[in-house]
Structure formats: C-alpha cells, structure tokens
Design a protein around this ligand. Sequence first.
Ligand SMILES: Cc1ncc(COP(=O)(O)O)c(C=O)c1O
Length: 561
Amino acid sequence: MNPILELARPDILSLQPYQHAAWEPSLERMHANEMPWRASGDTSIAGLNRYPEPQPAELIAHLARLYGVAPDNVLAGRGSDEGIDLLVRAFCRAGQDSVLICPPTFGMYKVSARIQGAGVVEVPLPKDRGFALDTDSVLDTWRSGVKLLFLCTPNNPTGNLLDRAAIESLCEQLRDRAIVVVDEAYIEFAGAPSLVDCLERYPNLVILRTLSKAYALAGARCGALLAHAEIVSLLARVITPYALPTQTIEAVLKFTDGPHRAESQRRIETIRAERARLSEHLARLPAIRRVWPSDSNFVLVDCVDADRILRAAAQVGLIVRDPRSQPGLGSSLRISVGTTEQNDRLLQGIAQTTGATLTFARTADTKLPATLRTANVARRTKETEINVEVRLDEETPIRVATGIGFFDHMLEQVAKHGGFSLQLSCSGDLHIDEHHTVEDCALALGQALKAALGDKRGIQRYGFLLPMDEALAQVAIDLSGRPYFVFDGQFGRDHVGELPTELVPHFFRSLAETLGAAINIKVTGENTHHMIEACFKGVGRALRQAIRVTDTQLPSTKGTL
Ligand SMILES: Cc1ncc(COP(=O)(O)O)c(C=O)c1O
C-alpha cells in the first residue's frame, strides 16, 4: 500500500462504497430504474434517459492521453473544484486535521476545508519576493495533522508560476507526512511543463488539471485529478456514483480532440500575445501602479484607486475580479485576458479615469485611429458555429479553417490582399452541403469587418481593381453602409475543389449584406479556379484600399456612413 494512504481518514479507508448499477453495455438495461425511451428531442449520443458510466473508460483513457499518464492515474470529476473537495473529505477529519495553503491563492482550498470542519494553516507567498513559494516557512509551519498542502501554479490570483524545484523539494520532504496537491489549472498558458512527470517519483503528489480554462469548457464542468492509482481508487469511493453528466462526457471527448485541440492551442497563443499587449498598455496607465508578470490567462494589477477602476470597467460594460480581501492585495484587481476588442475597451475605460489618452500605435503612421480597429464575432446557429477575429491594422495572423479547403484558401486571399489579420474558424453542417458554411462565413466576416471599421472616420471608402492571368476581375467596393451586390460572370465548372461555384456570388452577396457595402464584381476568363481566385483577391485588394485610414475626416457629405 502507498504509505501515504495512512494519512486518509480511517473511516474512508474502511468505507464500503455505494454499489452503482453494473456497467454492462452489451446487455439491455433493466437494472437501474431508468425510462426505456429517450426524452423527445434528446440528441445526445448515449441517451439522457440512462445513467452515465461512472468514471467512463473512454473519457478516462482520453484524459490519460491528454495529460500523459496511465488511465489508472486519472480521476475525472466536475471540475478541479470536485478534486479539491474529494481530497479534503477523504483526508481531513473534522475538528482534527488541517490543510496548508499559501495565500494569496485560489479561494476554494480554504472553503472546502472549512466545509469539512478542517483547520486552515496559512503560509503567505511573500509579495516582496514576487509571490514566490517560501519552502522554508512551509516546512517550519507544517505540523502533524496537516494532511494536504495546496500549491497553485501558476497561482491564482497572482499569475506567477511557482518554482518547480521548490515544489519537488516539498514533495520530497513531506513524502510520508502530507499530500502535495499541485493545482495546474492555468499551466497551458505558462509555456512551462506540467509536474506530471514527477508523479512516479513522489507517491504523495496529486496534480489537478481542468478543462475549464485552456479548453474553453468551464460550462461542461470537467477536471482531472492525476495521482498514484491507490489515491485515485480511494477517491473513487468517495465521489458520487454518476458524477459526470452524459453531456459533459460527450462534450469533453468532442472538444478536446482533433481540430478542436489544434484550435485550443492557437487560442492559447492568442491569449498569451494579448496578455503581453494588455500588460504593456496597462503598465503605461497612470491609474495602474504595477502590473504583475503573468504566466496565466489573467493579469494582477495594483491600482491607485481600485474602486474607481471597477466603476470605469462597469461603465464600459465589463467586470473584473476584486481580490482585495486576500493578504497583500489591498489595492489589486485581477483582469482576465479577453478578446482584443474587450481588452482595448477596458484599457480605454481605465485611461479615462485619469483623463489619460491612449494611442495604440502600430506603425509610424500618425493618422492611424486612436482605437484599435478590431472585432470578434461568434455566430452560432443550428447549422454552423463560427468565430471570427479581424484586426484591420495588422497583417497577421491569417488563419482560416472552414472544412472546405479551397474556400479557406480564398478567404485567406481576401485577408492577405486586404492587408488585415483574419482568424476564422467554422464548424458547419458539411455533411448536408457547403451552402450554410459558405453563407454563414460571409455573414460573420461582413459583421466582423463592419464592427472593426467602427465609425469609419478617416477611411478611403472606395476601392477598385482589375487583375489576373487570362482571367480578369473588376471589383468595386463602396463601404457606404448600404448593402448592394452586382455580379457579372459565368463559371465553366460546377465545383472547384469542394466549393460549388454557384456559392461564389452567394458568398459576396452575403458579405455585402452584413458589411453594409456595395460590391460590384465583373469577371471573365477561361479557368474557373483563376476566375474565382481573381474575385477573392480583387475583393481583398479593393478592401485594402477602402479600409485604409488616410485622414481624420468622414468620407461622406452626410456626416455618417
Ligand atoms: C487555481 C484554480 N483551480 C481550480 C479552479 C476550478 O476549476 P474548475 O472549473 O475545474 O472547477 C479554478 C477556477 O477558477 C482555479 O482558478
């Protein structure tokens, strides 16, 4: 037996766990008092009329692969919150045992201990040492009955990674005395390795991972507790029998695999880039005293007047976290990194509290608008799910994934020749056909471009072009606010790649609609691929001219566009 189990509550060690209905998928179920039919409209794979498999084998195997451990090292629960709760309940006797925490840190460690009637011993992370882990104080303070040491890395709300060697030394020195729980909720944003490869070395190490952060699944409620198999089996006796809902199991399997996983990775990179940009701009604001370095998807700031900043954020429709009740954080706020547009809105809101003016200089062109011309659009229908981000004053990144290769290539051409950054992902009902994907991508792109253009002050408004090879596309765009579309052209083929050619004019019509633009395209040529490419490139080039900011005037005599 792992000697660390001797730390567990004796009554839990001897507990006869609840015998849930046997999991025998090859047999028809008449043993769990369920309804034999699905609720009407139930589109889940397994059927919500059935209890889910406890600790579902497929999910456990999947999480084990995701985190690089063996399946018997994984306990899946409703978020890391459940892992914390299970540990406290299994190891701490009410009124006798304690947990040790290092504040300022995540609040649930203390709350779970209090609910269990366990004591809470605190060893602060010293602010004057950048909230670094103070191993000597932890060891000096440890006393018999402290069963769990909670370490959060990167730490919430300070944002910093704790020193790996320091954590390992605590695992070593507390080997038979306490479980070291390392909460890695934000590790994906740190660009640092997990401590998962230390699991074999330290039988008293437990790692908490969550799908709530990097995988964007907070609403699914799923986390993984990684530990020695014996700790996992002990906690499996305590967790409720059917802890994970069917929808959660299905959502996790779907959204952490294949293209979704690649998408998560890209988004992590975007958050890291935005974190750097947000931190840099915050640091320049007179209302902010200090921006703490962050390895997470949030930034801790010390403010001149935190109440004022909370009000300013609310005025621009945003809420940030107030952690001021925690030791050392009397003037701090915690800001989760948002979209570029949200971050800019917050920065502008904070800047206004002190009358500071913010310019997001991107090039030497002093005529660039003071606000960033960016927009994010998330469009969800039964047919498609689309996320678009455009940044009109940046040329990269350009990433498009719609599931239709040729269409991706065409949208990339629009952005490349338009001179703007475009990130567009679409998960659409391509098993039916391409129509919804093409149309909805156009609508979402038009919406994003329109939002990013804002009040259109200073733009050129019109754009034209006539390019390429034997094909000739003449494109005229007017960002007038009034949708209008004219197309003159005949394609010789039905499809190019997987893209039906009839959807090409349909795409531009839909784009014109949400962008609020007149788009006029005339195309001639012999090769359909060239003709289509000329249209997309032409629209890109025309947009490049039309969206360019060259002065501060509104290009209309009406006073509005
Ligand atoms: C450090 C830390 N651990 C755990 C959690 C809880 O995560 P979950 O959603 O997996 O319960 C949070 C949530 O914010 C957190 O910040």
